[in-house]
Design a protein around this ligand. Structure first.
Ligand code: LLP
Length: 416
């Protein structure tokens, strides 16, 4: 069961986790270029309809080098903040390749996006009005709430009954009134059901709802049916992948049929984040202390929730691989352990009650599928330094793509 993922994919190229930690320090994010490119290609070939754009949702991981590779693969991007726009532009994305999906933003932020020549969606009547006031006659998209949502945790369901996102469909007449008042051109509608589905039918059901809402608008240029494409986080237990072929075919049929009625120039967008980057990333850490507290064997090291927040935030599950310090320790015994970090909260747990090969101090742990919402949600909590990031290139060589924080970085914004 151990080493299932990285061994099958030759993840570390010409090097080893031990060597990478020696060179770049611990903890360390490691990404594999070939896997990244493969996932991009799976998404760009999902739908066979000529006018589909795949917008990578850069909140999942906005490392400059990864963004460049994703663009090379032909993807565009979505952004939710001026910071994401800024980094995307630095990575070479053109303004017309970025779609800004806003939520509760100030006039200044709207102006920044408009000045960059980037199209945005707004997701409330109040924000549509604000857009009209500062940019009368402009083009804009509106984010709708189709009435159903999906997600691996209630905190990441972004449509349906309980969410701050989107405009409910019954307000479409008011959208039109505001658009008329400010002479706005509603060029697109978008939605995002939520993050992580493993059954494509729910995505298609949502898309159909959005398409039927689209019929109430006359001059749309595009419809963006969102992201949320899931990945199997329990590969060691044999969890199957999202089945793309049949799902892609079904989706293609639905979109083509609808486009034939509406007018063939309509474009569609999808917005995968996790699917593109999750599986190309592993975060490595080092074990410093093993101890027994009551019934639990704790394996303590430098993989705290400052490094990977998902388990703490959503009780998310990530497969763990164990890389022994030396081969002589590599006995075949297993034990049930809980893996914790070095942050001063008891919730600082990366993996609970896992049956893993016996772990000792000095061993290295790999947390799998950490490429999405890993580094991008890491923090300096406890004044810890955020890790470095390394890319294993397609030729097997390794390259530093973000240096580790330094102590001086912690002082950067103080007025001294
Ligand atoms: N489009 C919009 C408007 C979004 O808000 C998101 C993600 C995406 C696309 C991409 O969703 P994806 O394909 O990655 O599921 N931090 C959480 C996930 C939060 C997702 C937020 N929105 C996690 O670690 O699971």
């Amino acid at each position: 069961m151990d080493n299932y993922f990285t061994e099958k994919t030759n993840f570390y190229g010409n090097t080893t986790p031990q060597e990478l930690i020696e060179i770049y320090g611990s903890p360390l994010y490691v990404y594999n270029e070939s896997i990244l490119r493969q996932r991009c290609r799976e998404m760009t070939s999902l739908v066979s309809y000529p006018h589909v754009t795949v917008n990578y949702s850069s909140k999942a991981n906005s490392n400059l080098e990864l963004l460049k590779i994703i663009r090379e693969e032909g993807l565009h991007a979505d952004a939710i903040s001026p910071g994401e726009v800024y980094v995307l532009l630095k990575a070479g994305y053109k303004p017309n390749e970025i779609f800004y999906i806003s939520n509760n933003i100030s006039k200044d932020e709207m102006l920044y996006v408009i000045d960059q020549g980037i199209l945005m969606s707004v997701d409330s009547l109040a924000q549509l009005k604000q857009f009209g006031e500062i940019n009368p006659g402009g083009s804009v998209a509106v984010r709708l709430n189709p009435g159903i949502g999906v997600g691996h945790h209630k905190k990441v369901i972004t449509a349906g009954e309980e969410t701050k996102f989107g405009i409910n469909l019954e307000y479409i007449p008011q959208i039109k009134d505001i658009a008329k008042k400010y002479n706005l051109n509603i060029v697109g509608i978008n939605h995002h059901l939520g993050s992580l589905f493993m059954d494509g039918d729910i995505f298609i059901e949502g898309a159909k709802l959005l398409l039927s809402a689209a019929e109430q608008f006359s001059n749309l240029e595009f419809i963006d049916i969102g992201g949320g494409f899931g990945i199997p986080y329990r590969k060691q237990e044999g969890e199957p992948r999202l089945e793309l072929k049949e799902f892609g075919n079904k989706l293609t049929q639905v979109l083509k049929k609808w486009a034939n009625n509406y007018g063939n120039n309509i474009k569609f967008k999808i917005e995968p984040g996790r699917y593109i980057v999750a599986e190309c990333g592993v975060v490595l850490g080092t074990v410093h202390a093993k101890k027994q507290n009551n019934q639990t064997t704790y394996i303590g090291g430098d993989l705290g929730f400052n490094v990977l927040a998902r388990p703490m935030l959503y009780d998310s599950y990530h497969d763990i691989e164990v890389y022994k310090k030396s081969l002589s320790n590599n006995n075949e015994s297993y034990e049930k352990v809980t893996i914790v970090g070095n942050i001063c909260e008891s919730g600082d747990i990366i993996a609970k009650d896992r049956l893993l090969p016996t772990i000792e101090e000095g061993d290295i742990l790999g947390v799998m599928d950490a490429g999405a919402y890993g580094y991008s949600m890491s923090s300096n909590y406890n004044n810890r330094l955020r890790p470095a990031e390394v890319l294993i290139k397609s030729d097997g060589s390794h390259m530093l793509i973000r240096r580790r924080d330094t102590l001086d970085d912690l002082m950067r914004n103080f007025i001294i």
